[in-house]
Design a protein around this ligand. Structure first.
Ligand code: AR6
Length: 171
């Protein structure tokens, strides 16, 4: 079970073994955190996406590519459910975290940083996205030592911290 912390910042700057990308089924880049990762990591990430995922990736699944020029060594791409488009089954969102940690275990990595999957453009209600993320990682059998949730603004950071505090008190 990984140790869970939160930081406020930009996931592309995280000095961890692998960062997770909130991708889409096509796996050819996009907006939000996906756009930021491809911009910061450079064209090697898209080349690897095309080579390794010629048919894209299913919602709830995950897969890895190089991280190109990023400080991290790997990008683990996962495709969250598009709440705005009616994909509202929480099992799909839980699957993103589970599958990402399985891929992390395949890579043998120790430290992983996640954004809040589906909580931006895909419109998953924020507090539920946070609860789902924390609860799913907390019960994961993964060998990953440390998971960091990277909050892009102060509001999200505060909400994640409040969600993590009961765990720190040994709940
Ligand atoms: N670092 C950390 N978190 C970030 C960053 C960043 N640089 N940029 C955004 N976030 P989103 P989704 C946060 O929209 O909802 C793309 O077009 C953001 O505040 O990136 O899963 C893909 O290609 C939010 O909390 O992902 C898909 O088409 C969280 O990251 C679609 O968007 C996720 O927001 C996926 O939508």
């Amino acid at each position: 079970m990984p140790r869970i912390t939160a930081v406020r910042g930009d996931i592309t700057q995280q000095d961890v073994d692998a960062i997770v990308n909130a991708a889409n089924n096509a796996m050819r880049g996009g907006g939000g955190v996906d756009g930021a990762i491809h911009r910061a990591g450079g064209p090697a990430i898209l080349r690897d996406c095309i080579d390794r995922f010629p048919d894209g990736l299913a919602t709830g699944d995950a897969g890895w590519t190089t991280a190109g020029a990023l400080p991290a060594r790997w990008v683990i791409h996962t495709v969250g459910p598009n709440y705005r488009a009616g994909q509202r089954n929480p099992e799909l969102l839980r699957s993103c975290y589970r599958r990402s940690l399985e891929v992390a275990d395949e890579l043998g990595v120790q430290t992983v940083a996640f954004p809040l999957i589906s909580a931006g453009i895909y419109g998953w209600p924020l507090d539920d996205a946070i609860t789902t993320a924390v609860e799913t990682v907390a019960v994961s059998p993964s060998q990953v030592a440390a998971v960091t949730f990277v909050a892009f603004d102060d509001d999200i950071y505060g909400r994640i911290q409040r969600r993590l505090e009961p765990d720190r008190d040994g709940r």
